[in-house]
Design a protein around this ligand. Structure first.
Ligand SMILES: [Zn+2]
Length: 221
């Protein structure tokens, strides 16, 4: 899931326009940033099963990035970081709470689509996951709905130029197209390392582009 996380970030971004939407998107994919960094460091793992071409599902061991307790911890940490990052922002406790909510929205959405592989409290604990990816058309419809609804909520009423609104819309729909391709026609990634590196690069590009497009005139946080 990628476009769904972006959609959640856009919806939350509507609630606090003074925080750059790129920051909300980074928050909403933070658990994946942690995952891919830990995969590169060898602390978490992703394996590509033999039936990947049919299921388009990798298998994850990711207790530190995608455990429920860990997710709550990362959300709290991101909230504190936001609070410290915006020293002069009015209602910064609210902004911090919204960023924390964006981080935690990742866990909730992942728990919908992943197989039961998200541990509650650590590597050996019970695992959850509703496995919506096993019913791919439903998963795609849900992700498409979240992405488009989030985009609509953010763009409508945003004090951005028409060009920036169009740019954000194109970016969001491109992310959705990439996500759907990854769930349907993508070939198996060559290795976990390649998957981690390309995912981190994609996340960086999307956050920077969205942050740039979503910048309000005269406001530079
Ligand atoms: Zn994830």
């Amino acid at each position: 899931m990628f476009a769904g996380h972006v959609g959640a970030a856009l919806a939350i971004g509507r609630a606090e326009r003074r925080v750059n939407v790129g920051a909300f998107i980074l928050a909403a994919v933070l658990l994946d940033v942690v995952l891919w960094v830990l995969v590169l460091l060898g602390c978490e793992s992703v394996t590509i099963p033999a039936d990947f071409a049919d299921t388009h599902q990798a298998k994850f061991v990711f207790p530190y990035s995608h455990g429920l307790l860990a997710g709550i911890g990362w959300s709290a940490l991101a909230g504190v970081a936001t609070f410290l990052w915006y020293p002069r922002l009015q209602a910064k406790a609210r902004a911090a709470a919204l960023v924390a909510a964006a981080v935690f929205s990742h866990w909730l959405l992942d728990a919908l689509v992943h197989a039961p592989e998200l541990p509650i409290a650590g590597a050996g604990s019970a695992k959850v996951g509703l496995g919506l990816w096993n019913t791919m058309p439903v998963a795609i419809a849900l992700e498409g709905f979240i992405a488009v609804a989030g985009l609509y909520l953010f763009v409508s009423g945003a004090s951005l130029s028409r060009a920036r609104k169009i740019g954000l819309s194109v970016l969001c729909l491109l992310v959705l197209a990439l996500t759907v391709a990854g769930m349907t026609v993508a070939r198996p990634p060559p290795s976990a390392t390649a998957m981690a590196a390309s995912s981190l690069a994609t996340i960086a590009v999307i956050c920077i582009l969205a942050g740039w497009l979503g910048r309000r005139p005269g406001y530079h946080p």
